[in-house]
Design a binder for this molecule. Structure first.
Ligand SMILES: Cc1ncc(C[n+]2csc(CCOP(=O)(O)OP(=O)(O)O)c2C)c(N)n1
Ligand SMILES: [Mg+2]
Length: 369
């Protein structure tokens, strides 16, 4: 596994408790420690997400858009990248991808609370729009599909500069119907850019089912129009997602160009905290979706292979609880952005330390009034 996974929980203690080689990840080049790191990231992302919903219903955070059901695909694929070297352009369900790429639970919660020190945007962005310059994670753009163009720009820069970096971006199947998606793939195809496009197909764009969005069964089939491979993978199969990611990274680094990966995932929650999915999904359908949850599936695989035992599972769960509590308390305790900084980052001259600041001018006008 190439990624450096400092975001995983308890990196100090896990070596001591990790069991002997199970052979589970051997055929794909993953050690038991790698598998445990991946499990930690998936379980941590789930726990943070669940906490967000509680905080939303308690009136502490205004909006949640959930990655529950998508975590296995995100962690599997991102584990093939090099955190701190490659580039990521996430979307609003990308908590697991961001954690796997180096963001910390505190950084995620700061964004959720829109605090002044939130690395995603200093509290300017819509909640769920993660980014962190220090982790090479570009800020998420709200119009769906636009991130493909941003990532293509990063991939072009990496190619021109010969940095060996790969740009990865994530989106839903609904976003793949936008013009930006097709323009981006076309550009990546023409210039053979080192880029990975991940479509997390959860079967819905808010309340619109896939069959009303797409005239094809698989988004991956669209890759053929842009001279790149389109790969369909079961998003609940973490190891299969890793293998798909690894091959896409290999192609990108070898100068062979982009790859479109379509992970079939399940959306375990409503579209967002402002949506009620029981209005358009039956009880039977929701029950069936539970059986596609990647977390218990991966946990079961690790148990069966002897990578996880009860004691280790409990200790990981305890570490995760502590991390989520710490992130929540930390974000709660941080100050909100102040009004006098409202125009920061709107124009370059308004950034802290920028010359000819409009903010400074307005402050002067207010001062005279
Ligand atoms: C260009 C644009 N149109 C509409 C929206 C409103 N919107 C936000 S999320 C979303 C659904 C997107 O569905 P999909 O791409 O499948 O992603 P999912 O939410 O299912 O993960 C829509 C329509 C938007 N943000 N941008
Ligand atoms: Mg969708």
């Amino acid at each position: 596994m190439a990624t450096t996974r400092s975001a995983a929980v308890g990196s100090g203690s896990k070596r001591a408790s990790a069991p002997v080689a199970s052979g589970l990840g051997e055929s794909v080049g993953l050690s038991d420690l790698d598998l445990l790191d991946m499990y930690r990231s998936i379980a941590l992302a789930r726990a943070i997400d669940e906490r967000m919903w509680i905080l939303n219903r308690a009136g502490r955070v205004p909006f949640v858009i959930s990655g529950q059901g998508h975590e296995g695909a995100q962690v599997g694929i991102v584990s093939a990248l090099r955190a701190g070297h490659d580039w990521m352009v996430p979307f609003y369900r990308s908590v697991a991808a961001c954690l796997s790429f180096g963001m910390t639970p505190r950084e995620i919660m700061l964004a959720q609370y829109a605090k002044a020190v939130d690395p995603s945007s200093g509290g300017r962005q819509m909640p769920g729009h993660y980014g962190a310059a220090s982790h090479n994670i570009l800020s998420t753009s709200s119009p769906v599909g636009t991130q493909v163009l941003h990532a293509a720009g990063l991939a072009l820069a990496a190619k021109i500069r010969r940095t060996g970096q790969v740009a990865i971006t994530f989106m839903g199947e609904g976003a793949s119907n936008q013009g930006d998606f097709h323009e981006g793939l076309n550009f990546v195809g023409i210039h053979r850019l080192p880029m990975i496009m991940v479509v997390e197909n959860n079967g819905y764009a808010i309340s619109v089912p896939a069959e009303r969005q797409l005239p094809v069964a698989d988004v991956a089939s669209r890759a053929a129009g842009y001279a790149m491979p389109g790969v369909v993978v079961d998003g609940a199969d973490v190891l299969a997602c890793y293998v798909a990611g690894r091959e896409a990274v290999r192609r990108a680094r070898a100068g062979e160009g982009g790859t479109l990966i379509e992970a079939k995932v399940t959306r375990l929650t409503a579209h967002s905290s402002d949506d009620q999915q029981t209005k358009y999904r039956s009880a039977e359908e929701l029950e069936h979706e539970r059986s596609l949850d990647p977390l218990p599936k991966f946990r079961g695989q690790l148990r069966d292979a002897g990578v996880l035992d009860e004691a280790l599972e409990a200790s990981i769960a305890g570490e995760i609880r502590r991390q989520v509590d710490d992130a929540t308390d930390y974000a709660e305790s941080q100050p909100d952005p102040t009004v006098d900084t409202a125009l920061w980052y709107v124009y370059d001259e308004d950034r802290p330390g920028g010359a000819g600041s409009v903010a400074a001018g307005l402050a002067g006008v207010e001062g005279q009034a």
